[in-house]
Design a protein. Structure first.
Length: 262
């Protein structure tokens, strides 16, 4: 990033917080040595951080420490953020191997929102980017992958929320028996599936689960003319293997981050 785009006071404050994160207690001299910032600058930054609630001071010992309020800064960086960081290279690798585009999505307000897509890297681009596009839960492969394999309590909460919407896009919501058959079919198949007409694309998707909780879904698109049972079996195995790799990598990275923070 060009230096003209950097807001120096913010960069200095972040360097102070980063240095404080390495030790439970810090003096102004400690932070001066760790950051190279002049002691008067360190003092002013600490005073600002104290007023904002992110730093506390032990007056008797003239030492400073981060407060629990800094934890709020990470509230937006949950498993979904780890999912995107870890899942992106996995999705690209799949596309390099099989050429077809891959997408990763998460549940948001009872729809699936695509967080990442390899369409720009696929030789078989079927349409424009799907990033940030919302997909219906019942009529799409990604939606089926979520509904079919989430826990029963969450499923019922989602169904009730969909029923409470002023405009119901799915007539299936009017029949509990139809919903049960629909979900059972997805579970028996083992993945979400939306078969397109000839000349269109077919989509298949599976959940990405961590600790029995779905944190996202990963799906692959293929020309309908190329889709058959053999292809479905091959790509299902690939998606399952990739989802497992994503979860394993997430667990390792989150454990490392937690260890570094202690």
């Amino acid at each position: 990033m060009p230096s003209s785009d950097v807001i120096e006071p913010i960069a200095r404050a972040l360097s102070i917080m980063s240095a404080m994160n390495q030790h439970r207690l810090s003096t102004i001299s400690d932070l001066h040595r760790a950051t190279g910032l002049p002691k008067p600058t360190v003092h002013r930054i600490l005073a600002t951080l104290i007023s904002c609630g992110y730093v506390g001071k032990d007056i008797d010992r003239s030492v400073y420490m981060l407060t629990e309020q800094v934890l709020s800064l990470s509230s937006g960086y949950g498993k979904e953020a780890w999912l995107l960081q870890v899942g992106t290279p996995v999705a690209r690798r799949i596309t390099r191997e099989v050429k077809w585009p891959v997408a990763i999505g998460i549940l948001d307000y009872n729809t699936i929102v695509v967080q990442y897509s390899t369409r720009p890297y696929s030789e078989f681009v079927m349409q424009g980017s799907t990033v940030n596009k919302r997909f219906n839960l019942f009529s799409t492969a990604m939606g089926q992958a979520y509904l079919g394999f989430c826990e029963e309590t969450q499923l019922q909460n989602i169904l009730q929320a969909l029923r409470d919407q002023e405009v119901q896009e799915d007539c299936i919501l009017e029949s509990d028996s139809k919903i049960k058959r629909y979900i059972a079919a997805v579970q028996d198949r083992g993945y979400g599936l939306r078969v397109g007409n000839r000349g269109e694309s077919t989509h298949m998707a599976i959940p990405i689960k961590s600790d029995h909780q779905i944190i996202g879904v990963i799906g692959l698109s293929i020309f309908s003319s190329c889709f058959n049972d053999k292809v479905a079996k091959e790509y299902l195995a690939l998606l399952r293997k990739s989802a497992g790799e994503i979860v394993d990598s997430m667990d390792k990275m989150m454990a490392l981050a937690e260890h570094s923070a202690t």
